[in-house]
Design a protein. Structure first.
Length: 303
């Protein structure tokens, strides 16, 4: 049953109660997308007005944002179909549609995170002309690619590993084993995600060690790379809450917290890619900041 609506009033767009949590996903995804788009606009302003021209990492970030918009759209559609609502209130046809939408959105979520990693590698390649650093950067990009390909495949494959998009044509046997396998897939994806993030940060440390500049300037530049590390925390929260979902009898409701963390991770990954342009942007709007930055603005703009 829906909420009581007094005469003359319209029903709420979404309800938040013990049986309806879809609004929480909408709020998180919408706010995260707005922040990501604002950061992208800031980066576009920097590249067009302050520090042209566009480079390949800018185009990569633009592509990641487009994928993120598509992913958020699928999340919104899934909520409109009943995602975030207790499974006892949903028809089987709704459950099947939600399963398909969420599977596609999960794949796009991983692709967005992957492309954001590619953006960081692109920044590394622009920062240093050293062949050793460039080789390590390309090797890191290869590792990220080797992570995303099996990750998307194991999410798209359902049940017996050879029947993707299986919905209302039959239930999988050994449901408990199926849940354990799905959780194991996500644990593999998460472990590789964290590993690649740590490698990206280690690469930044190695890159900064090779730069001849004062330690203070190195720390200023390194803070932009350090800004990406919280992604590891969000990833851990995502898999931790996902474990509880696989033991719940109400999966369309229990998975909400996990999806919220995945949306936080996705949009934070995009935002972290724009941090490298925030210093020249602030220098353009604050004369005090220009005085503080001094010659450092040139380094910031180069990033």
């Amino acid at each position: 049953m829906g909420p009581y609506v007094p005469p003359g009033q319209s029903p709420p767009f979404q309800v938040v109660d013990d049986l309806h949590h879809g609004a929480l996903i909408i709020i998180t995804a919408a706010l995260g997308l707005v922040v990501s788009l604002v950061c992208l606009l800031i980066r576009l302003y920097v590249r067009l007005a302050l520090s042209p021209p566009f480079a390949y990492d800018d185009y990569v970030l633009l592509g990641a944002t487009v994928v993120a918009i598509a992913q958020s759209t699928l999340i919104f559609e899934a909520v409109s179909q009943g995602f975030g609502t207790s499974i006892g209130l949903l028809a089987q046809e709704q459950i099947n549609r939600i399963q398909t939408l969420i599977t596609i959105s999960d794949i796009l979520y991983l692709i967005t995170v992957y492309v954001s990693k590619c953006c960081v590698v692109g920044i590394y390649l622009r920062l240093t002309p050293q062949k050793t650093h460039n080789r390590i950067s390309w090797a890191t990009l290869l590792l990220c690619t080797l992570w995303i390909i099996p990750s998307t495949l194991i999410l798209a494959v359902n049940c017996e590993m050879n029947r993707p998009w299986k919905t209302s044509g039959g239930q999988c046997r050994n449901l408990g084993k199926k849940k354990k396998k799905k959780l194991a897939r996500w644990e593999f994806i998460t472990a590789m995600d964290i590993l690649t993030e740590l490698i990206l940060f280690a690469l930044a440390v190695a890159l900064l060690q090779g730069l001849f500049m004062p330690l203070k300037r190195k720390l200023q530049i390194g803070s932009a790379f350090l800004f990406r590390l919280p992604l590891i925390i969000f990833t851990i929260f995502h898999i931790y809450t996902l474990k509880g979902h696989y033991h719940s009898p109400d999966p369309t409701l229990s998975i909400v917290t996990s999806k919220i963390w995945s949306q936080v991770e996705l949009n934070y990954a995009l935002t972290a890619c724009s941090v490298f342009c925030l210093r020249p942007f602030m220098a353009a709007v604050s004369t005090n900041y220009v005085a503080e930055c001094g010659v450092g603005v040139g380094v910031c703009a180069a990033v």
